[in-house]
Design a binder for this molecule. Sequence first.
Ligand code: AMP
Ligand code: ZN
Length: 120
Amino acid sequence: MSHHDPDCLFCNIIAGQIPSKKVYEDEQVFAFHDINPWAPVHFLLVPKTHIASMAQVTPEQAPLLGHMLALAPRLAAEQGCNPYPEGGFRLVVNTGTEGGQEVHHLHMHVIGGPRPWKKG
Ligand code: AMP
Ligand code: ZN
């Protein structure tokens, strides 16, 4: 079941109402380049349905989260992250204000590429 929150930035990006640089899309997820990248590769992988954060995840959503985790390495490689173990990538899911979350639609940062990085 897909849920769109008209006040949510990432829901509007998924709907194409706000432009983004798309990395990948399927029935369940959307991925796009972070507007303020920390590293040579930095994109966000988000569920198409509006889930505010990891704090709201239910057991029924475990397959969706598994899909995101399984997809991240493939997209990271396609976007230019070097192979493990010399290369690699970082997956970050900020959750809540104290967790550093600014946009309240669940998103996984996929960050990588040759160092140095601007941050992280
Ligand atoms: P977080 O702090 O984990 O909530 O991360 C939100 C991320 O969204 C930040 O890294 C921002 O740079 C990124 N961001 C904010 N607005 C946009 C946008 N319009 N397009 C792409 N990325 C965005
Ligand atoms: Zn949303």
